[in-house]
Design a binder for this molecule. Structure first.
Ligand code: GLN
Length: 199
């Protein structure tokens, strides 16, 4: 069974731990570099990306996170977590840094104030069955992706789910809906990565 960490600095950590357990992974919070070293995959939760960024630097996690993601650690970011995985943020707050992992440019709070929170049916490539109930909360969208990134979903003409190699990101929050199929997709990515590593 793969062991998947949830970066537990700020945000909806508990909901991801529950969703990962429901998707047949062993899930645990990650706050220290030693804990990061022990996981087979990592979720970066939704929350506030500026806060997560500052706490990651403060806790000495930013460089270890970058190093492991660069080395191919499977990683999944939702909303603020998507922002953390972006190669570039269009409108960063001062001092805001990212882990990187996906060659994409992300716009924070892109869906606007009047729509701070809404739900929409989203077709996600790689997720079988009905569309996913996408919960968007002051969500970012992806302005553009590099050639290595694959767009998995769009909403209203904007990119809202992307995969590049072992890195996955969604603008919306599957951890809040009780539908664990996107977490299932990520757990499958982690399993595939472990199999590849043991060959
Ligand atoms: N707007 C938040 C940010 O910029 C993200 C919101 C969320 O994660 N629900 O980090």
């Amino acid at each position: 069974t793969p062991v998947i960490g949830v970066l537990a600095l700020q945000g909806d950590v508990r909901e991801h731990l529950v969703a990962l357990a429901a998707a047949d992974a062993v899930a645990r919070p990650v706050r220290r570099p030693e804990e990061l070293a022990e996981v087979d995959g990592l979720v970066v939760p939704g929350g506030e990306s500026t806060t997560i960024s500052k706490l990651a630097v403060l806790f000495g996690l930013m460089e270890p996170l970058r190093a492991r993601v660069r080395a191919g650690l499977p990683v999944y970011g939702t909303c603020a977590g998507m922002i953390m995985l972006a190669g570039k943020i269009l409108d960063p707050r001062s001092g805001q840094e990212t882990i990187g992992g996906i060659d994409m440019i992300v716009r924070r709070n892109a869906f606007g104030r009047q729509n701070e929170s809404f739900e929409a049916q989203v077709d996600v490539k790689g997720v079988g069955g009905d569309p996913v109930e996408g919960l968007f909360i002051r969500a970012p969208w992806v302005e553009s992706v590099g050639v290595q990134a694959e767009v998995l979903a769009e909403h209203g003409g904007h990119i809202v789910a992307v995969r590049q190699g072992n890195a996955l990101a969604t603008s919306f929050h599957p951890e809040l809906t009780g539908d664990h199929r996107v977490h299932g997709l990520f757990v499958d990515m982690v399993r595939a990565d472990r199999t590849a590593g043991s060959l």
